[in-house]
Design a protein around this ligand. Structure first.
Ligand code: G4P
Length: 195
C-alpha cells in the first residue's frame, strides 16, 4: 500500500535494527485519512470472507480496526489488557507476552461480544513475533468462533510472526512488509513503484 509505505519512509524513524517508530501517524498521533484508506484496503483484501466482527487489542490496533469495521458495517471489539471495572467474570482470556515491552498481559474479551456464529477478522498495528495475534486467535477459538484471517498494518517480516500464523493455517494480509531495518534504513519486502 503506497500511501502507507510513503508515511513509513517520510514520517517514521528507525530506532534500532528491530524497532520502527511510527507514532507520528499510527501509535500516538493518528493520520485519519491514512486510517480510512487502510480500512478500505483491509476490506478489499478480506471482502470474500463474510466477516461479522473485527477484533483487535488495545490501544494502537483500534484506529485501523475501526475504519475496517466501519467499511464492513460490522462491530469492532477490542481485547482489553487491563481488568475492566464493569466486565468481570464472563470473559474469554489469553496470556500475551510482549517481547518489545517485556511484559505479560492477560487479554480479555467479554463473552457478550463474541459467539460461535462469528467470522472474525483480527487486525493489529504491528506483527512481530505474532504473540498478540495468537492471543486474539485463542480468544476467538475459546468463543467457538471462526478466525477468518489476520490483517496487519506493518509486518516486520524479519521476525517470525507471519510464519507462526501461517503454520497454524491462518491467512495473513499485511499492508506494509518490512524486510529489514538495518543501517537505520527501512527496506520493504515488496517495493512499490513511486508515482
Ligand atoms: P507480537 O505481538 O507480534 O509478538 O509483538 P511484540 O510482542 O514484539 O510487540 C508487542 C507490542 O510492541 C505491541 O504493542 C506491538 O504493536 C509493538 N511493536 C512491536 N514491534 C514494534 C515496532 O517495531 N514499532 C512499534 N512502534 N511498536 C512495535 P502493544 O503492546 O499492543 O502496544 P500498544 O498497542 O498499546 O501501543
Amino acid at each position: 500500500m503506497q500511501q502507507l509505505q510513503q508515511a513509513i519512509i517520510e514520517r517514521g524513524s528507525v530506532l534500532s535494527d528491530e524497532v520502527l517508530k511510527v507514532d507520528q501517524f499510527l501509535n500516538h498521533q493518528i493520520d485519519t485519512n491514512l486510517m480510512i484508506n487502510i480500512g478500505k484496503e483491509f476490506v478489499n483484501r478480506f471482502q470474500d470472507c463474510k466477516i461479522t466482527k473485527v477484533l483487535t487489542i488495545e490501544s494502537s490496533g483500534i484506529a485501523p480496526s475501526f475504519m475496517a469495521a466501519n467499511e464492513l458495517g460490522v462491530p469492532l471489539v477490542f481485547a482489553r489488557k487491563k481488568k475492566s471495572l464493569t466486565v468481570a467474570d464472563h470473559v474469554y482470556s489469553s496470556g500475551v507476552y510482549s517481547y518489545t515491552k517485556q511484559e505479560m498481559n492477560n487479554i480479555t474479551v467479554s463473552k457478550s461480544y463474541l459467539s460461535s456464529d462469528d467470522h472474525v477478522l483480527i487486525i493489529d498495528d504491528f506483527l512481530a513475533r505474532g504473540n498478540a495475534a495468537l492471543g486474539l486467535i485463542d480468544v476467538v477459538k475459546e468463543a467457538g468462533a471462526t478466525a477468518a484471517g489476520v490483517g496487519i498494518v506493518i509486518e516486520k517480516s524479519f521476525q517470525d510472526g507471519r510464519m507462526k500464523l501461517e503454520e497454524e493455517g491462518f491467512r495473513v494480509e499485511s499492508l506494509a512488509r518490512i524486510q529489514s531495518l538495518e543501517g537505520s534504513k527501512v527496506t520493504f519486502l515488496e517495493e512499490l513503484a513511486t508515482k
